[in-house]
Design a protein around this ligand. Structure first.
Ligand code: F6R
Length: 245
């Protein structure tokens, strides 16, 4: 794994955004895997500014999001589809029908898992996947214990993940209990992965990732088996790392 240390969140967001912009300019038909949550907001804001200033075009780009809450429709303000439209897609020239987020409000959620997995295969897989990490090591919503062979599936969110995400809702009770997520095997099939880690609250997760064994109880550790992963972490996140001075 290649490691880049950013000074702070702003720096991390700029470095990651520049990396994506360069990829989009080099491969206008890029298949880009996207994440939600707090970490990528600054990246998306940099992509929008660059699009407005420099005209970087996303006309040929196709995106696939990692996950969606079960039970929320795309127009629900807390859904990840809404988040993506609001924080990125509505402000760049991407074709909306080339943006894919799993559907959380369908009658047959198992069928949606298969449909989403097939969709990824039909498009030839993801070229560059953006990932965040949970304090418990989750990637996507693959919680500790998830099989490394998993494909897109429905998960029961752990209390710690629901608590961490309660900041986006009015109360903990409002946070959905289930999500649909790309599996670990799905994520590992991406040709390249960019993992973003920011803030003091992620220092234990980063330390465990850098120093620990590959272990399904810490899902992000599987990334050590991937041939092309870059971690961009800021100084605050590195604070707990014994390997880093
Ligand atoms: C989001 C996702 C999650 C987040 C992770 C970190 O689509 O799949 O794995 O990346 O929970 O979230 P933040 O960035 O809010 O700390």
């Amino acid at each position: 794994m290649k490691i880049i240390e950013a000074k702070d969140y702003q720096d991390l967001s700029k470095i990651a955004a520049d990396y994506i912009i360069k990829k989009v300019c080099t491969f206008p038909e890029l298949k880009l895997g996207l994440a939600t949550g707090g970490t990528p907001i600054g990246i998306y804001s940099n992509l929008i500014t660059d699009h407005q200033k420099n005209g970087t075009s996303y006309q040929g780009v196709t995106t696939f999001n990692l996950d969606e809450y079960v039970g929320l429709s795309g127009d629900h303000p807390k859904s990840y589809r809404y988040y993506m439209n609001h924080n990125l897609f509505d402000h760049i020239d991407i074709q909306k029908n080339n943006t894919f987020v799993p559907l959380g409000d369908v009658d047959d959620i198992q069928r949606e898992c298969t449909t989403y997995e097939n969709l990824l295969q039909e498009h030839g897989g993801i070229d560059l996947q953006i990932l965040g990490i949970g304090n418990n090591g989750h990637v996507g919503f693959n919680e500790p214990g998830t099989s490394f062979d998993s494909e897109t599936h429905v998960v029961q969110l752990t209390p710690s993940t629901r608590k961490a995400n309660a900041r986006f809702f009015s109360s903990l009770e409002e946070v959905p209990t289930q999500a649909i997520t790309m599996g670990i095997s799905t994520i590992m099939q991406s040709k390249e992965i960019l993992l973003l880690i920011s803030g003091e609250q992620k220092k234990d997760a980063l330390n465990r990732l850098l120093t620990g064994n590959i272990d399904k109880n810490f899902p992000a550790s599987v990334l050590k088996n991937h041939p092309n992963v870059t971690i961009i972490a800021d100084t605050a996140a590195f604070a707990g790392s014994k390997v880093h001075s």
